[in-house]
Ligand binder design. Sequence first.
Ligand SMILES: [Zn+2]
Length: 166
Amino acid sequence: MITISNTTEIPEIIQATQKANELLKSPAFFDAIRAHASFDMANVSPAVVATLMGEATVTMIIEMYFSRNRRVFGYDDPAHPEIIHINQNRNEFNVPALVNTMLHETVHAVDDLNPEASFGHGDNSSAGKENTAPYWIGSLAERMAGGQSDQITLQIHEGSPEAFNV
Ligand SMILES: [Zn+2]
């Protein structure tokens, strides 16, 4: 089972964590992933990704950080894939968009737990990555968490957060 753990007292983060954990227990969420035709940059089907997510045992940990770039939602951390780094200064600090980030990073963590499978998105550029598993599943989660847009919302990444820290 995947559990997202929050120790912050930020209301939006508390609500987004609750919503993300609900989705991770929701058959409708996994059914929607299974119903997707295919992911770009993946060597397994969405159905397999859904199964691996359902079988995974990992506790995701939320850590806030500060980036001057407000367009940046967070960053992927291949050395610690269970950590969800969220830019406290980001635009769209609303519950559905935060759920998107949480599920995006959770997909990376499940990918990391399964070395024989690959369903990431390559480099940090978000251009043309709408149909990769982390972006697509994150966007699905955003919509299921009440996000108003049905468009794919890209989670802008940054590579080296130190470069942005004050
Ligand atoms: Zn990513």
